[in-house]
Design a protein around this ligand. Sequence first.
Ligand code: 0X9
Ligand code: ZN
Length: 407
Amino acid sequence: MKLMFCLLALIVVSSAFGELYRGHQLFRIEINEEDDAHIMHKLGEANSEMLDFWTVTVPGRPMDVMVSSDFVDEFVNVLAKRKLSYEVIMTDVQDVIDKEAMESRKAREGRKKRDIMALEDFDYSIYHTYDEIAAPGEPGASDPKPVVYFEGGIHSREWVSPATVMYFTGKFLRRYMESDPEAVRTLGMFDLHIVPLLNCDGYNYTWTSNRLWRTSRKLNPDFGCIGTDLNRNFNAFWGGEGASPWPCSIIFRGFTDLDNVETQAIDNHFQKLKENNRVTKVFIDWHSYSQLILAPWSYDADIDPPIDTDKQIAAAGAMAKAMNETNNVPGGYIHGVGTDILYVSSGTSKDYGYASTPQATYSYTVELRDKGQFGFLLPANQIIPTGNESYYGVIGMLDWIYENDYN
Ligand code: 0X9
Ligand code: ZN
């Protein structure tokens, strides 16, 4: 594995979020009928400034939506009219954001600023700013093995994703250097290519201006809004269902596929691997939240799953088992085909990993903790447990693949 962590200065971060989410409430609504899903969808379109859908509206799945303070009464009326059951998970989202910022400040108190940090000095138990994270990865090795690709932080508000990818990367490196047999075995089977934080600009923005920003920071000229959902911008079934052509939507697909520098950079990397006849075996895009391991497809619910579905599901099962055995996390991790256990979305990295340039037999979206209690605002004290279950999940999956499908 060729990987370098260049961990830059720790800086004391003050809460720069202002009061953007003061009085905003997070609702969890039971959606059982197609009609209700449709109404919610329409309501969201008409009031995009007031409603932020943390999960997507699908019948049979709870829908989490953040409602701005001045829209709460109207929203509750709509729910009452439709006789929809709901609970309020957060009564004031800003309080939860402030608590997170305060804990982050406390954890950093007394730390020295340093330009370069040794791997063993990096504190994995807290969330880090963009400036603290820089991870130039270099493809290629003298004795090339099948590639396993991990990508974190495509959606900037999902902070536990880069934190987890950095944590388990650090753990692999540390344990490898200590000659731990599991780490030596894993890194002996595969080359790991790791992008801990893909959406750097979006992530930086979640630290400086808006904690709940999801998309990239690319300007959409003529529309007066910013951002592309990078997980709708890949050249796999781009422009289909579950992605928006509307530049102000949080699931905007881009004007063309791969028209953001982040998705382009990923594709360039896999183009180069292809030119060098490298095999990419596994592709995992780490997200939060919901505790799911999703296999292809996600672009269309009416087509058959891919020919590799049985082994994809079996390897995902091995990962879920290892994750659940590690910490017995409430609700557990569930695995399955994306369109079966989540919603439809096109231009996603998972479908790209399987069907486009990487051609990875095993391509997944993993949704980390939790099941909705904190959602994107997962407290920092859950980083290490999440990282640990993911570390063993990765080993469980890679062992399964090595034993059952290695060529
Ligand atoms: O919508 C997404 O991009 C992912 N969920 S998230 O809450 N992290 O934004 C899931 C995308 C992949 N899966 C399917 N749509 N089936
Ligand atoms: Zn995501």
